[in-house]
Design a protein around this ligand. Sequence first.
Ligand SMILES: C[S@@+](CC[C@H](N)C(=O)[O-])C[C@H]1O[C@@H](n2cnc3c(N)ncnc32)[C@H](O)[C@@H]1O
Length: 202
Amino acid sequence: MDQTQWDERYGAREPVWSGRPNATLVAQVTGLTPGRALEAAAGEGADAIWLAQHGWQVTALDFSAVGLARAAAAAAERGVADAISWVHTDLLDWTSEGPGFDLVTSHYLHLPSEPRRRVYAALAAAVAPGGRLLVVGHHPSDLEVGVQRPPDPDLFFTAEEVAADLGAGWVVEQALAAPRTGTHREGHEVTIHDAVLLARRV
Ligand SMILES: C[S@@+](CC[C@H](N)C(=O)[O-])C[C@H]1O[C@@H](n2cnc3c(N)ncnc32)[C@H](O)[C@@H]1O
């Protein structure tokens, strides 16, 4: 989906997402010392808001101005507007200003493999020494279980693939396919998987 399509989706009356932070973010970040966080593909802002509520100073990126407006309104309602900078940018053009973030996180950004590798390299470059990169996406095996996914395998990745691109200077703390319950196109429950990469920059 391009920027216009995401704007149209976020322009609908009902929220697109639940308003709750992603469970993997909560599980992986709880217990870390808060600092500066960068979130890529922030959507309606639930993850950035959760981070801000837990003491992080957040920069949140997305190319949907409509999504970001929703996110900023939600942050203001929850009293954390001052802790989040919302940045309207296309991640395909975004470059890091240096390794200034203690946490860089992105959930469910699905790009073709060539731009994806470039974007994740730019995100990794934004992690400070001692900081962490958390990348979560729908696992390629989801294409086999009948859930609603775009039918292009190039849009999906494993945690191991993202880890391999990091190269030296990183400790991979987790690289896994985490199971959870999803909904089959015909309505019943199925087990799906998330690719979860957590790595610490040394
Ligand atoms: C599936 S949503 C995930 C939103 C959020 N991370 C979450 O988990 O709820 C993907 C998000 O990526 C954003 N996005 C997709 N391609 C992008 C790009 N090239 N640059 C910036 N944002 C992009 C979309 O606007 C959308 O908000």
